[in-house]
Design a protein around this ligand. Structure first.
Ligand SMILES: [Zn+2]
Length: 459
């Protein structure tokens, strides 16, 4: 149970991410039940007591981080199996995912959630990977993390194993998923429509799903890339650029989130900005996958047009790590190098995408993403009593360029301390790690998935 009140007393810095982006030195936060009741200088809250008081002197406090594209399911059990030179692991990914049993998916999802939480993530969007949400419900409940879930649907053939239905059935399945899950688990689980991509769905399906999410006041996400081949295909078929096609069929809007969005040009950025759609970018996946960020990455232009951009890690077999700090770091340094211009994506912009702007992209900006009175009590305490935090003059530079998720000391969601002094208490981690290793062994054997375990001799 969460205490009725919690106070973070005299924190070294509080990065509020409020409207003025105030950084409060020697700051205190008072939480009452699930909400932030007061934020200010420690002196202003000196006489305020609480059921639990955490001495904040060694901590830097940030809003909880949001992950706008995180395939949680099979990957933790087989993380790292794909060799670098494998151009696209997608065929293997979908085969492994399709094989997951309820029990396997529960354990691998639980491990994913443990890793997300221990790195300071309070909310993630799974773009339709979870096959057995009923089996995973206990993991959502026990951990306290916020989740945006959906059922992956398509109504056209794809080059890999995706769930394919008639248009009518895909819409009906999504409708029943929304009815069952949206607002469930104490409001922590939201449900969205999750068509896989414009290439695997008809215009009729995409339009039908958009209408459905408008009626349910929820969101829709889909994978969206552009690039030379896609441009040719869309030009031949529709006489339009890929993003123009989405706009022309009436799919884009404020409750629509495009994932990746690599390879889009200025006219397509205008489509996104004009319609108010949001974007999740996965900078580590882009770099590791050799996606050509210098040519195809348009994060600075999207931000300058006012588009809400969230960050994601794609999957534990794409970015491989689930650390929001390393993801922000990549966003901040990747564009400086790509454009040979150190003014690109300042550390502050990266932090905004991980918190305030990311929460807005997920439609949760009124609840999450900043430390302000009335918002949900979701925040992270970073331990500055560690070598990588020394010396500490500019806390945002230290957070984005020096630190990583290993200095996440304490995480609070809804006023509940879910990570307390580096530890979570809802699962026995060493048993879970052993279980997931066993699942990985069995899964590779069952699916006949075999990659060399190393290029070097393993003796
Ligand atoms: Zn994805």
């Amino acid at each position: 149970m969460a205490p009725q009140s919690l106070k973070i007393d005299n924190a070294r810095y509080v990065l509020t991410l409020d409207g003025e982006r105030r950084i409060i030195r020697d700051g205190s936060i008072l939480v009452e039940r699930d909400r932030i009741a007061r934020v200010g200088k420690a002196g202003e809250l000196a006489g305020v007591s609480a059921d639990r008081v955490i001495d904040g002197r060694q901590f830097l406090v940030t809003p909880g981080f949001v992950n706008g594209h995180m395939h949680i399911s099979y990957a933790h059990a087989v993380r790292g199996i794909f060799p670098d030179e494998l151009a696209s692991p997608l065929v293997h990914v979908f085969k492994l995912q399709a094989e997951m049993t309820e029990d396997e998916e529960y354990h691998t999802s639980l491990l994913g959630i443990v890793e997300l939480l221990r790195n300071g993530t309070v909310c993630f969007l799974d773009p339709g990977s979870t096959k057995h949400p009923d089996a995973c419900r206990q993991a959502y409940e026990d951990s306290g993390i916020r989740v945006i879930l959906g059922e992956c649907v398509t109504d056209r053939e794809a080059p890999f194993t995706l769930p394919c239905y008639s248009t009518k059935e895909a819409i009906a399945r999504t409708a029943s998923f929304l009815a069952k899950w949206h607002g469930s688990v104490g409001g922590k689980v939201s449900a969205w429509a999750m068509p896989f991509s414009p290439e695997t769905c008809t215009a009729e399906l995409l339009r039908g799903l958009r209408q459905l999410v408008d009626e349910h006041h929820t969101g829709l996400t889909l994978h969206h890339g552009s690039g030379p081949q896609a441009r040719k295909d869309y030009a031949a078929r529709h006489g339009l650029r890929p993003t123009e096609y989405l706009e022309s069929i009436g799919v884009l809007g404020p409750n629509v989130l495009l994932a990746h969005a690599l390879g889009i040009d200025d006219a397509e950025i205008d489509c996104v900005a004009r319609t108010g759609a949001a974007v999740t970018m996965c900078p580590v996946t882009a770099a590791k996958g050799g996606r050509g960020v210098p040519e195809n990455g348009r994060m600075p232009e999207l931000l300058s047009k006012g588009v809400r951009v969230a960050l994601g890690c794609d999957s534990p077999n794409n970015s491989n790590h689930l650390d929001p700090i390393r993801t922000m770091n990549m966003a901040a340094i990747q564009y400086k190098d790509a454009r040979q211009d150190t003014r690109q994506i300042p550390a502050e912009a990266a932090l905004e995408m991980g918190t305030r702007l990311g929460a807005q992209a997920l439609g949760l900006g009124d609840q999450l993403g900043s430390i302000e009175v009335g918002k949900k009590a979701d925040f992270v305490l970073f331990d500055t009593a560690r070598p990588e935090w020394q010396a500490l003059w500019n806390p945002i530079n230290n957070l984005v360029y020096n630190a990583d998720g290993r200095s996440v000391h304490t995480v609070v969601i809804d006023g509940r301390v879910v990570v307390d002094a580096y530890r979570q208490s809802f699962v026995d981690e060493s048993r879970l790690f052993g279980k997931v290793q066993e699942i990985g062994e069995a899964l590779q054997a069952r699916t006949g998935t075999a990659f060399p375990r190393s290029r070097w001799p393993m003796v």
